[in-house]
Design a protein around this ligand. Sequence first.
Ligand SMILES: *Cc1c(COP(=O)(O)O)cnc(C)c1O
Length: 217
Amino acid sequence: MTEIQQRYLDMLAQLRGKGVTLVPVSKLKPVSDLQELYDVGCRIFGENYVQELTEKHEQMPKDIEWHLLGHLQRNKVKYIAPFVSLIHSVDSPRLLQEIDKQAAKNNRIIDCLLQLFIAEEDSKTGMDAEELPEILLLLPELPNVRVRGLMGIGTFTDDISVTMREFQQLKRIYDEIRQTQVNWDVLSMGMSGDWQLAVEKGSSMVRVGTSIFGVRV
Ligand SMILES: *Cc1c(COP(=O)(O)O)cnc(C)c1O
């Protein structure tokens, strides 16, 4: 058993029975690290960059669910549309329209999450809650995307009360919209530093990189 495998299996054990999907985030890590997890049963990986994602998809076995977490440019959607399982980072109506178009070309329906801006820092991307109604109204015209919920990144801080408030807010918005959406079943929140808190506050999907693979250089 390698350290990466051990940390992954420990985390899985901590999440057992909680109804939470663990997405190991393997950005900037070599495929040999991903293969270690694959060998102990992992079939989901999250990546941030389109080119890295397509390269790893080519190199790894074909029964893996690939998630895109990072900001996605519209002109790059075509490269991942043939195989991507879940796009966490939809942040505009025009991006969702492009995903629908490329999904149709590939005879696919692509699952997506809408990324909401919840953090205090300026650097984090995502939509404001006020922008949600507009994008939700578009959905009937976009048969090749299936929007399944929300994703958010909490503020990177030692002040747990800040992150807690952000997660509670995201969960509240998620629950509200869920009443009106049939495919709504994923709330993606929580990373290495705050996944326990996120699970406590109702996350159904955590994205964990550093705590499994070690620090990125
Ligand atoms: C990199 C990244 C993660 C994983 O971050 P860690 O702190 O290493 O767990 C999760 N979500 C998103 C959107 C990321 O970009």
